[in-house]
Ligand binder design. Structure first.
Ligand code: ADP
Ligand code: MG
Ligand code: MG
Length: 204
């Protein structure tokens, strides 16, 4: 299957819904190993992104993804804004002139997103950050040839849960050292909601 502009719009809307519905949970996670603002940061950013997208009629998926990226970068305070902004900006670049987006194009975008996240966060896999979810999803997408809703959601959940046993070495959670073990990384939980939203979109 392919993703058209309306699918991408629906993806951002659904991501926003998931994040609003889990705002308190994201806050709780960030209270455990951070400063407790992740739910507020993400809820604000995605609310603004969804509102911006609802204002316009788009003919290009890349424009939807770019407006999302720019909004997240400017409206989300904290480390996660520029990071999620980078991920969506890389997806936008990969999607440029590629409507509708094929599975291969989306996978290429994910690969660029992971590279961008690693560069911006100076982080790699296993450091208990959102890189862990995006990287595992990229690897999973590379092994498949088409979107499978159920597996996308399952893999993202597993990737998020895998961060629980890790010790944070990047971001605020790194200050907690060994005490960061046993909590799910907040940014990985947000990333799970974004991939869960994607799974919902490809299921339709
Ligand atoms: P802040 O830590 O500035 O309060 P948030 O609470 O919104 O920002 O976001 C925290 C999340 O950002 C973490 O859970 C982690 O997934 C991600 N993060 C933080 N620092 C980095 C980094 N250097 N590289 C990758 N991801 C990071
Ligand atoms: Mg925080
Ligand atoms: Mg903060």
């Amino acid at each position: 299957m392919e993703l058209d502009v309306q699918d991408i719009v629906a993806w951002i809307e659904k991501s926003n819904e998931n994040i609003q519905a889990n705002k308190e949970y994201l806050t709780t996670l960030d209270q455990e190993i951070g400063d407790g603002d992740h739910g507020i940061n993400m809820a604000r950013g995605f609310q603004e992104a969804a509102a911006k997208i609802a204002e316009q009629t788009y003919t290009s998926s890349a424009d939807v993804l770019k407006d999302t990226a720019m909004t997240l970068m400017s409206k989300v305070g904290g480390a996660s804004g520029p990071l999620f902004g980078t991920a969506f900006l890389k997806l936008s670049t990969a999607a440029n002139g590629m409507d509708p987006i094929s599975y291969e194009t989306f996978t290429n975008g994910l690969e660029e997103a992971v590279n961008g996240l690693k560069q911006r966060g100076k982080a790699t896999e296993g450091e208990k950050t959102l890189v862990d979810v995006w990287s595992q999803m990229m690897n999973y997408f590379k092994h498949e040839t088409d979107f499978h809703a159920e597996t996308i959601a399952e893999k993202a959940k597993k990737a998020m849960e895998d961060t629980k046993d890790m010790m944070a070495t990047k971001g605020r959670a790194a200050y907690f050292k060994e005490r960061s073990v046993g909590s799910i990384d907040p940014g990985s939980a947000s990333s799970f909601y974004i991939f869960q939203a994607l799974a919902d979109i490809v299921e339709r």
